[in-house]
Design a protein around this ligand. Sequence first.
Ligand code: AMP
Ligand code: MG
Length: 426
Amino acid sequence: MTILASLSQIISDPSCMEDYDPNAMSVQDARLYIRQFLSPITATETVPVMQSLGRVLAVDITSPSNVPNHHNSAMDGYAFKFFDVNKVLSIVGTAFAGKPFTGEVNAQECVKIMTGGVIPAGADTVVMQERVDINEKSIRINIAPKLGENIRPAGDDLKIGQVVLNKGHLLRPADLGLVASLGLADLTVYKPLKVAFFSTGDELISVGKPLKEGQIYDSNRYTLFGMLSRLGVAISDLGVVPDNPDLLEATLLNAASENDVVMTTGGVSVGEADYMKMLLTKHGQVLFWKINMKPGRPLAYGKIQGRNGQFAHYFGLPGNPVATMVSFYQFVREALITLMGSAAKPLPMFKVECTEAIKKATGRTEFQRALLYEDAGIWKVKPLPNQSSGVLSSMSAANCFIVLDDTVGNCASNTMVSVQLLEGII
Ligand code: AMP
Ligand code: MG
């Protein structure tokens, strides 16, 4: 699919796009549509390495030195000249990590060396201490190493001038250690993406207040808060806004004026008589879709103009709590990573045997909440019993999605299904 139209063109003349059907949008096409309108953040700031976790590098990091910067021992043992491997070697000194032996190793000599110790001048091989017989001030080698064995060469990890991490890299724990190993104290990263969200609906009550007849507690703001916190964006929680057009309009415009992204849940179903749709149309360019997926059919994406004339990206997520989360994971997550200045990679998927039968219609993608579990040493998966899009406990109990694409119909038990993990290694 090639998409060349602007948001306003698609809104004013949907037929300008071949195959554009807002009421039957595939998951893949929705991702592609959203992707082409994303303009990543450009402002940068410099932060200490320990504050850079989850942030996106705004420059390439080049190694200012070799890491390690000297040949060093991989073992506790003795450094010697390989051509002396069969001779008695007298111990002429010791090289500790951080305290090198400053002399030279000559013929029929060796230096006792610790792991990480600098290889002394003249030595070309290290023998492990377990493989020698020690006789007071000399050793004899029992099991000979190969020439050069147990020596970690300078630059083994990183070479001087090498690009270590690329601009656009999302910083993970190993990266923090890696840049510290170069001696860098600060990193230039993109400024945090500012994301605001609010819930809409007269039935919604914030926690801490008693429920009246017909009311429910607003849970979507809490799951959104959790997912956004993991992404490391700057969060503004704008609360619950009742179905009052003036309050909704003021909240929407404030949010768009002060943020890069605005997100709401509920009230974006196609055909729903609702103030939100009217306001989104009035103040922005927003596409309303029905996605061929379950859960999470209604989705709105576009841009909203704030009071200052700036446009913020807008995501209107379905109100049902599970649908909110699934839509966030499948559309919003990768869009936000792109806006943060990184290249979002698709979530890993792998095939696992499903030990229960699944009923499913073709023509839509399903994201079933499921449990990966170990059975006699083999990992298998089974869907959780209640797949209703309002049942948040199924999402809490799940550790993965079973992803069944639109070509897949009913699955007998013991078929292989695609699985997407909900948690990664920290
Ligand atoms: P809507 O998309 O507004 O039609 O809402 C669909 C369903 O999700 C309704 O049952 C709403 O009550 C429920 N819902 C909407 N927003 C929330 C929320 N923030 N927290 C919990 N449930 C919600
Ligand atoms: Mg509603």
